[in-house]
Design a protein around this ligand. Structure first.
Ligand code: 5AD
Ligand code: SF4
Length: 441
């Protein structure tokens, strides 16, 4: 009988994509997936280490798994991903009920590691690789809708932003063979998928070299977009320093690359950006935005912002607010700075912005973004968008939901038989997070 595997995933899209790779490795080794934790033989939690609260959440979940194990002795608990990599064997020492820890480059070895666990013993593999891209593993798609899928095109990060733990948890940057990416895209299209997000910590530094062959990110994008005109190709995440004119041109020229760019700014102050080791200034970032707007006037622009980084003054914070207004972001992920052990910021700077000041600044950033998002939605009123229909709306089964090019969710009355199709939807209203519309025949 096959053993049952339950996977829970935290963190970024990359982690969700990794869980699909893990599921594939395990299915090829006599495991089957279950959505019911209580019937699992193996529980894996794929973790994130980016902020302290992400780790706290996982530690809380491990307590739940422990209770499960008490009721069902013999259940194996594994912690995988960035937190496993960051804490390494310490995690095993402090969490006696955890049987296995596996870093992001060791997923091929999970079955043999699980096999090797004996009563009372623990297993660990946190070796990072300079080559592993899992390129020949066909992920098991865990998203049930069957319309939108991730393809991981590169792994690791060489940027060393001073606040960030990722270069330490995911290792050096490496790009995946484009042929395997193109094959995966073709397979997905044949299976009915209509949207692909190319994933990497910094996709626009993708470069693949083999003998005479050299491919950069804009060229890869062009080739994946050529798989089929009805396959939308998105990508995440981009680093502003690498958002070249060539990339902007490629997005502008290619019909099925949606007009949407997620471009994390982190701070609007050049001083803070310097301490963050972001390798660009406020003006440089604003110039990139100007170039994007010039070539792709209707481009959706979204971002990530950190409030209260080391040494951030009130004027620095005001510069973040003014930059947000100047760009007019459609959406933002906003965070309070959380010091991560081992990072450059932890070694070089004091985490000196008091907690209440961090909270207040974050609140001001969130408040402003709500206004900007509201404005962005108001600007869409009466416009008609091409929407890729993903499935029924969660809240109302008589309505369908999909996304426009700018990646905004639109809900509209329609029947389920248009799932996977491109339709024209006119925006008639909006809530804080969603556009509301009607089908145009
Ligand atoms: N503290 C707060 N936010 C962080 N991010 C990365 N590291 C930290 C940290 N130490 C945010 C950045 C990044 C996003 C994925 O998480 O904004 O773009
Ligand atoms: Fe979290 Fe970063 Fe790891 Fe993604 S890569 S899981 S965001 S620490």
């Amino acid at each position: 009988m096959k053993k049952k595997l339950y996977i829970e995933t935290y963190g970024c899209q990359m982690n969700f994509s990794d869980s699909e790779i893990i599921a594939s490795v395990m299915q090829h080794n006599d495991y089957e997936l279950t959505k019911t934790m209580s019937e699992a033989d193996v529980i894996l939690v794929n973790t994130c280490a980016i902020r302290d609260n992400a780790e706290k959440r996982v530690l809380g979940r491990i307590q739940e798994f422990r209770k499960m194990k008490q009721n069902k002795p013999g259940t194996t608990i594994g912690v995988v991903g960035c937190m496993a990599e960051r804490l390494k064997e310490d995690l095993l020492k402090t969490q006696k009920d955890v049987d296995l820890i596996a870093g992001p480059d060791s997923y091929r070895h999970l079955p043999e590691m699980l096999e090797g666990i004996r009563e009372g013993q623990q297993m660990a593999n946190v070796i990072l690789s300079e080559e592993e891209t899992y390129e020949n593993i066909e992920p098991v798609r865990l998203d049930a809708k069957g319309i939108s899928a991730f393809i991981s095109i590169m792994r690791g990060c060489n940027n060393f932003c001073s606040y960030c733990v990722v270069p330490y948890t995911r290792g050096r940057e490496r790009s995946r063979n484009p042929e395997t990416i193109l094959n995966e895209a073709k397979n997905l299209y044949d299976k009915g998928y209509r949207e692909i997000t190319l994933l990497g910590q910094n996709v626009n530094s993708y470069n693949f070299q083999e003998g005479e062959k050299y491919l950069d990110f804009p060229e890869l994008l062009r080739q994946v977009a050529a798989v089929h005109k009805d396959l939308r190709i998105r990508f995440a995440t981009s680093h502003p320093k690498d958002i070249s004119d060539k990339l902007i041109q490629t997005i502008a020229e290619t019909e099925n690359i949606p007009n949407a760019i997620h471009l994390p700014v982190q701070s609007g102050s050049t001083n803070v950006l310097k301490r963050m080791n972001r390798k660009y200034t406020r003006d440089w970032y604003l110039n990139r935005i100007e170039t994007i707007r010039k070539h792709i006037p209707d481009c959706g622009i979204t971002t990530d912002i950190i409030a209260g980084f080391c040494g951030e003054t009130e004027p620095d914070h005001q510069e973040t607010l003014s930059l947000m207004k100047q760009v007019g972001y459609d959406f933002a992920f906003m965070f309070k700075y959380s010091e991560r052990p081992g990072t450059l910021a932890e070694k070089r700077f004091d985490d000196d912005v008091p907690e209440d000041v961090k909270s207040r600044r974050l609140q001001e950033i969130i408040q402003l973004q709500q206004e900007l998002s509201q404005q962005s939605n108001a600007n869409d009123l009466n416009k008609t968008f091409t929407v890729l229909v993903e499935g029924p709306s969660k809240k109302d089964a008589k309505k369908m939901m999909g996304r426009n090019q700018q990646n905004k969710v639109i809900v509209f009355p329609a029947s389920a038989d248009i799932k996977g199709q491109y339709v024209q939807v006119k925006v008639t209203g909006y809530t804080s997070a969603t556009l509301l519309g009607e089908l145009i025949s």
